[in-house]
Design a protein around this ligand. Sequence first.
Ligand code: ATP
Length: 429
Amino acid sequence: MSSERPPEAAPHADAPRATRAAIIAVGSEMLSSLRQDTNSLWLTARLEEVGISVVRKSIVADDPEAIGDEVSFAARCADLVVMTGGLGPTADDVTVAAVARRLDMPLSRNEDYVARMRERFARRGIRMPAVNEKQADFIVGARVLENPRGTAPGSWIARGGKEYVILPGVPSEMREIMEARVLPVLRERAGRIRASRRVLRVSGMGESAVEELVAPVYAKWKDDPVTILASPGEVQLHLRIVGEPEEAARRLDAMEADFRQALGQRVLSRDEDLASSVGRHLRESGLTVAVAESCTGGMIAKLLTDAPGSSDYFLGGLVAYSNAAKVEFLAVAEETLRSHGAVSEETARAMARGARERFGADLAVAVTGIAGPDGGTPEKPVGTVFFALARREGAEVARRREFNGDREVVRLAASLYALDLVRRAVADA
Ligand code: ATP
């Protein structure tokens, strides 16, 4: 095969480093509700590691015109196009022929490869069906990417200053070929350049509030992509720099410092989740904590005890769901419940005090609220949660929040908010 390779069609190890990639998933099944394209997630992570940014991802049907159009478009946005799927022997496997037609490159059957496929079938005691021969059709000049796990080989083509890597759709086959044949070349071309990442976790505020605070920092670092991701109770800022590791670390430090300045104490330690951050702060300060939970039903205790070694600082928790339990186990006064209701600041304060005393903890956090879907009132709609934090020396903090979302989202957001109150109380101590 290599002897008939025209020079311009072969990818060279010393070709310039690609910086922008497009990924195309070929397969009509991924346009239905039956299958998801997961290959592109894996590919994106691997390409980033070698300093290549994915600028476009798409899914196309097993249709030569659609594949051709997508290839043309992808090549306008990117210098490397990675395609997966449609390399099988059946009539709907048309990727290679579609790429050849669109790039105006001839196909030729590699008889050596046909013989090798026949041998593989023979070893399994099966006669190779004639349709499989099609899998030995390669674009003339392409580098053949052997597939040790299946019959569909990949190929790698250079054309018009762009490169095209065509891989099978079966995830395990696609990964193996990428790892063995493609990534080593891309890594070699990248030299010491790679993408370095840092994740800053921001707690206690929503996505739009975070965006507002960091808008000037965004503007300052506009050439370096920052992704903002929201999940219940937490917003993550993903900082990413492509370059040599030392230079990337310097720039990430500078970016992180700017974001921390804009967000202050709301930034948890980087790359650490809220429960671990609370745990670390408690351990470092030698303080202990207890919890009193109503609507979160034990979720705060669960999050706190997810961290190994949490017995150093977590003394225990009480799930006091009924009024009677709040009175009996947390010493909440019946009068407080009668005049303010179970979901109120006063009850939350009394629960926190009760839990702190009962467990003999330095701090206690309490939560009472309406997780829904029923139980809301005009003054206290579904999602209303009261929090209180009691300290040994008597100082208390109380907060009211209204969370949006279904029961699970409200419970998780409330649990994380409670943890954040503890984190801030310890950081202030
Ligand atoms: P083969 O002939 O070895 O099956 P192929 O390239 O023709 O290879 P497809 O027929 O397109 O692969 O897909 C084979 C399997 O891989 C299917 O189960 C399909 O759902 C899965 N698959 C294909 N593309 C993807 C993708 N992008 N993400 C996840 N799974 C995929």
